[in-house]
Every structure is written in structure tokens, then in C-alpha cells.
Design a protein around this ligand. Sequence first.
Ligand code: HEM
Length: 365
Amino acid sequence: MRAAAPVFHDEQSGSWHVFRYDDVQRVLSEHATFSSRMGGDAPSGSGQLFASSLITADPPRHRQLRSLVTQAFTPKAVDALAPRISALANELVDGMVARGGSADLIQDLAYPLPVIVISELMGIPAQDRERFKHWSDTIVSQTRTGPGSGSQDTTTSEMVEYFLALIDQRRSRPGEDLISSLLSAEIEGQKLSVPELLGFCALLLVAGNETTTNLIGNAVLCLSESPGTLDRLLKEPALLPQTLEEVLRFRSPVQSMYRVSVAETEVGGERIPAGAPIVAWIGSANRDERQFERAAEFDVDRSPNRHVAFGHGIHFCLGAPLARLEARIALEALLARLPGLSVASGAHLERMESTIVYGLKAVPI
Ligand code: HEM
């Protein structure tokens, strides 16, 4: 598509699809032309939750909302979580080793680790984690299949009810968690509204989980396909951060993001009318030969590696330092305890059915 139809209009859905690196960067970052607000009619289901959230806000509201949570996600604040993340990762890998080293990487490590970390940050009691995980799954499946199923509506109302009770509890007994700090935060003397608080909870729940799970799973898949890189990493663990950057480029956990054109505009020589839904293909941008030499090759020595896996511009992923840290610690624990790490031979690897997230349903190792 990058060569044949770099800006493609899907007549049936009305959406415009953008595939080249420069165009994707522009659509993601030119917020005055490409809005992040949710298009169309009032969304149903969990869409209602995101309608008042950071990821669907444009300036000036976006800047105000983002300023409330940046503190919790700065590299320094996130680094302070490293000992706890290490303890969790090692505990999970211990479980895998105890099973004789043959395990499902997703179910046993890549999935629980980010859920536990984000639940702890938000102050979700440990006994509620399973429910939390279930909601996260159902909402992500909505982003795959589009709004509307009855079970998703039930999930949304259960989750809203749960968060409302938690918000009430934290209002009367504040703790050290993110929900308590959002409750006390003010923008120009105004507290966040309840829909805004719910929007934050839902966004952190969804944005922080499946994406990081897939980064860890995709990293193991890439290493399994590149035994030379795995050998180098075992001898030189300092290569891990740049290896993960290459995984983010080569197998981007988030493949696409949406925008809506605010006014008539032009992208790659195509006229796009006002109010048109636009899909910016991050996964394609990260494989664009115009930006990356030998883009189809997995090369951990690639430098510079200006991938857009975490987006570009004002909506750049807030959780990027946390995702990088979790993935690094998970991989360190795996390499230390299971140095012969590889995907089980003959395993049938099934990709998740999604055009937004890229990852495997299970990774037997
Ligand atoms: C935004 C990817 C992990 C929280 C984004 C965006 C991308 C992205 C592409 C840009 C959205 C846009 O332009 O509309 C990823 C990937 C991750 C990851 C690939 C893991 C490998 C996380 C984690 C958290 C998080 C761990 C939090 C715990 C957010 C938030 C936003 C965001 C709150 C919205 C920022 C804004 O609108 O200003 N992420 N993300 N993400 N991400 Fe992540």
C-alpha cells in the first residue's frame, strides 16, 4: 500500500488510510487539522468512557488533562517502580521454571505483569485483579470488533459501578494511589468531573495492559527467529533496550490510530474532506523503506531508530517509560532463568484478530 496507494480511500466505510512514515507522523501530530475526538454519533458501550478521556481530547483540554498524570509516569517516577516490577517478574518466571520451563509466555508472564503493575498504581485491591483483567479484555475486544455487543455493555456498566465505588472510597479515605491523586487534582480551580475520572481509569486499564503484553510476546518471537541476537544478548545484556526499540519498530504492538479531519486537507496528494475518519497505520510507517534502510529486516544495531510505535506529538504514549521498563525487566528475568529461551518447535502461533493491536494469542516456550 505504501507504494501503490499510500493514501487510500475506502469508499465503503468512508475512512482514509495513511501508510507512509511522513504522512503518519503528520496525521498523528498535526492536532489542529487531525482531531483525536471520537467521530460520529455519541458512542455506546465503553466508547462513552473514552469520550471524556485524554486520548480523545484536543487542546486546550488535552494539555490540562495530561498535566494531571504526567507526574506519575515520568521516567524518574517509573524507575522507582523497578524493584517491585523485578520482584513480580521473578515470581512469575519462578512459576514458569517450576513447570519445567515449558509454559505459555503470554498467560504466565506477559499478561499478568502489566495488569498487576497498573492495578497497584491505581490502588485496585489484589482480590479484584481478575475482574479488572476481564474488563480490560472485553474493552480491547470492542476496539477490535466495533461497538455494540450486549456483553460489552454489561462489562462497561459493571466497570463503571466498580470505579464509582472505588472513587467514593478514595474520596473519604485517600491513599498514595493514582485515583486518590486524580481526585485531589484541580484544573484552574476545577476538580475533574466524574466522567473524566472514569475516562482516566478506563484508559489506563486498556492502554497499559494488552500493549505491553504484546511487546513482551513480540520480543520473544523476534529473539526466537534471530538466535544470533539472543546469543549476543546473553553475553551483552546492555543491548536489551535497543533490542526492544527494534521490536517496537519491527512488530509494533499498536498498529493503527484514528483521527478525524477538522477541515478539508491534503495528504500525499489526496484531498480529504472535513469530518472524515482517518486511520494512521503506525505498523506500516515503521516498515517504510523511505525512513528505514532494510526496513523488513530485524536489526538491533539500527541507529537511529525513529519508530512511531508510541505515536508522535502531543498524544505520544504517556506510558512509554513504564512499558519499556516492564518489558526490559521481564526479558532480563527470562534471559537469566531460561537462557535457552525459544518458541516451542512446531508451535502454531495464532495472531490476535485485530487491526489495532499486533500480538500472539499464546507463545508456548
Ligand atoms: C497513547 C502505544 C503502553 C498509556 C499511546 C499512543 C500509542 C501508544 C501509539 C498514541 C495514541 C494517539 O496518538 O492517539 C503504546 C504501546 C505500549 C503502550 C505500543 C506498550 C508497548 C502504555 C502504558 C500506559 C499507556 C503501559 C499506561 C499505563 C497511554 C496513554 C495514552 C497513550 C494514557 C494517551 C496519551 C495522550 O493522549 O496524551 N500509547 N502504549 N500506554 N498511552 Fe500508550
